[in-house]
Design a protein around this ligand. Structure first.
Ligand code: UDP
Length: 356
């Protein structure tokens, strides 16, 4: 089995860490980095810290509109596929990189495998939703993390090649948690375990219009307890361009930090009182570590966490966030929504079953 895997941004690096090991134990993997995330703090740091192999090909797409990025990745990725002649292409999640990889595999008539297949927020205004729908419909092997994802695919007529494997982010959390436990990252930032919030905000819906930026700044300004916000570069750029960055420096208790490496971020998450986020991955990581989550979106793909009482959807609404923070709860039992933390091995087995 010879797989070409395509990664390009921070959450995909986290997912690739366990999967590179499992794929290489069972066959050959050629790792390709699209270059969608190129800041050292979103990319290089993760390869070093998570022990991800050096990419065999760097497509170096760099900045641009999603259309420009898809076009450039496709052109360069096609050449890689012609040179490498893999048995399958593997893409992760719901990004511009995933979409470009899926379209290229389809055009080259190479089987496509999709990790995190079948997730739906049912909000087509999100680029992530459009990317994941198209990728699923082009995929031959659909590696789904949850029971709900199987139902979502069946509702769209996709039932062949579907494998319930669990969530590979759970593998990463399981593997790196012992390292994170030794870090005490809260103290490094002058924070007391159990008494602070961990905040991440990076989606277009939170930053890309003046109204959205207003709502985001209002939420950040009214958290009311110590909070650490590792600011994604695109969020920072939007806050600066909107003239809101300087005012945020003066919000009492709010620590604005650069993006943080995975292990320190995990340490901060594990000892936080709660997480306030619009991230997909961080919602799950809060669940893995038994930390209450407040999701500042109207929808989520990780519906189990909401139904189970582990996660509250507030939208980007300061009053709703306040209300959710005032009534944080963490049910005692956490059902195994995301498998057993060995999704990478299950993915390798599913690929062998489908391809050999
Ligand atoms: N993350 C990190 N440092 C940070 C913020 C996030 O290591 O400062 C990790 C986080 O633990 C998770 C991943 O990045 O594994 C989530 O990425 P992001 O929120 O950018 O993407 P999404 O999951 O929303 O697609």
């Amino acid at each position: 089995m010879r797989i070409v895997s395509l990664v390009g941004n921070r959450p995909q690096f986290v997912k690739a860490a366990p999967l590179c090991i499992a794929l290489r134990a069972q066959g050959e993997e050629v790792l390709v980095h699209s270059g969608q995330h190129y800041d050292p703090e979103l990319a290089d740091l993760f390869f070093d810290e998570l022990g991800i192999p050096t990419p065999d090909h760097a497509l170096e797409v760099g900045p641009g509109t999603p259309v420009q990025q898809v076009a450039t990745i496709m052109e360069r990725f096609e050449q890689v596929l012609r040179d490498e002649s893999p048995d399958a292409v593997l893409v992760y999640g719901d990004t511009t990189t995933s979409l470009a990889g899926a379209l290229t595999a389809a055009q080259c008539a190479i089987p496509l495998a999709h990790v995190e297949a079948g997730l739906r927020s049912f909000d087509r205004s999100m680029p992530e939703e459009r990317n994941r729908v198209v990728t699923d419909h082009l995929s031959d092997v659909l590696l789904v993390p949850t029971e709900q994802a199987i139902e979502n695919l069946a509702a769209e007529g996709i039932t062949r090649g579907v494998h319930l494997v669990g969530d590979v982010m759970f593998d990463a959390s399981r593997i790196f948690a012992p390292l994170a436990e030794g870090r005490a990252a809260a103290a490094t930032h002058g924070l007391t375990p159990g008494e602070y919030l961990l905040v991440t905000i990076h989606r277009a819906a939170a930053t890309d219009t003046p109204e959205a930026l207003d709502a985001t700044v209002e939420v950040l300004s009214s958290l009311g307890v110590p909070a650490i916000f590792p600011v994604h570069p695109r969020t920072r750029a939007k806050l600066e361009a909107g003239g809101r960055w300087d005012a945020l420096q003066d919000v009492p208790g709010l620590i604005l930090a650069p993006p943080i490496g995975y292990v320190d971020f995990m340490s901060l998450l594990m000892t936080s009182r709660a997480v306030v986020t619009d991230s997909g991955g961080v919602q799950k990581e809060a669940y893995f570590h038994g930390v209450p989550c407040v999701t500042v979106r109207d929808t989520t793909e990780w519906v189990e966490t909401v139904a189970g009482g582990f996660n509250v959807l507030t939208g980007m609404d300061a009053a709703a966030v306040q209300a959710a923070l005032a009534h944080l709860s963490m049910p005692a039992e956490r059902p195994p929504y995301y498998g057993d933390g060995h999704a990478a091995d299950a993915i390798a087995r599913a690929l062998i079953a489908e391809l050999d």
